[in-house]
Write a protein that binds this ligand. Structure first.
Ligand code: 13P
Ligand code: ZN
Length: 261
């Protein structure tokens, strides 16, 4: 058996989480990533018959039965993944029943997969129907993208168009546009299903007042999509532009008695 700590997929996950932490996209335990792995590749590092634990997921993902994923742990900090992958990450396989995760490696301290597993697995199912090569679902809280959801009109069309209008690069990078969900309670099957519905059309889905999801064939593709949106949103988020684009939620906040704006 090869040493799993040297597996390319593990190194990629460590690099992505470290980069996202350093970009200040993922405070504390913010953000989560799931990476669908190739069974033959994982078999070089792990005995696939050795199930460490079985963990119910609370939702059904039968089309993913037998699929193996590297997933960030719930409550784990992205900044710590690089130094201790075995505690902060886990490798799970979806059992035949579609609603049990078989732990093959990781979550060493007794932890488990991200609380956003419904959004991840449901999005994998949705994206795989559109693109059988899709492998990565990535969730993050990038500063400027998140800030824009407080002041921008929250529709797929308005959000997509204002990004496309800013920079032709955006049309090139995400010609499929960007989906936008209203505020919803995170970590639930409901937000998972709503995210997956948007993922049928888009590889990027904004969670208003929370963050963003990106999907891709590779870690770079998912990361690059989020990075492109965040970079453009950074331009639009200067105080002057923000004031000019202010929409009702911010106007309401500004007119509260205790605010000076
Ligand atoms: P987890 O720690 O469960 O991954 O949650 C972080 C997060 O970003 C919730 O949306
Ligand atoms: Zn989040």
């Amino acid at each position: 058996m090869k040493n799993i700590l040297e597996a390319p997929f593990l190194r990629e996950m460590c690099e992505a989480t470290s980069n996202m932490y350093r970009l200040v996209w993922d405070e504390r335990n913010g953000g989560n990533i799931s990476y669908m792995l190739d069974e033959a590749e994982v078999a070089q590092y792990l005995d696939l018959k050795n199930v460490l634990r079985e963990i119910p997921t609370g939702f059904e993902a039968k089309p993913l039965a037998g699929r193996i994923f590297l997933v960030t742990g719930t409550g784990k900090y992205f900044k710590n993944v690089q130094n201790d992958p075995e505690t902060n990450l886990g490798i799970i396989r979806i059992k035949e029943d579609g609603s049990t995760a078989q732990l093959l490696w990781g979550y060493k301290d007794g932890g488990k997969f991200t609380s956003e597993l419904p959004a991840h697995m449901m999005s994998h199912m949705a994206r795989l129907k559109q693109d059988p090569q899709n492998r990565v679902i990535m969730h993050s809280h990038p500063t400027y993208t998140l800030a824009m959801t407080y002041v921008h009109e929250l529709s797929d069309k308005a959000f997509t168009h204002s990004l496309w209008e800013m920079c032709t690069e955006c049309i090139v990078v995400f010609p499929d546009g960007i989906g936008v969900l209203p505020w919803m309670l995170c970590g639930t099957n409901e937000i998972g299903a709503a995210t997956a519905k948007k993922m049928e059309e888009f590889r990027l889905v904004v969670w208003s007042m929370h963050g963003i999801y990106g999907a891709g064939k590779t870690m770079d593709e998912a990361f690059g999509l989020i990075e492109t949106v965040e970079r453009r949103r950074r331009y639009t988020c200067s105080p002057r532009t923000c004031r000019a684009r202010t929409r009702s939620p911010m106007k309401r906040w500004c007119s509260l008695p205790n605010t000076s704006a």
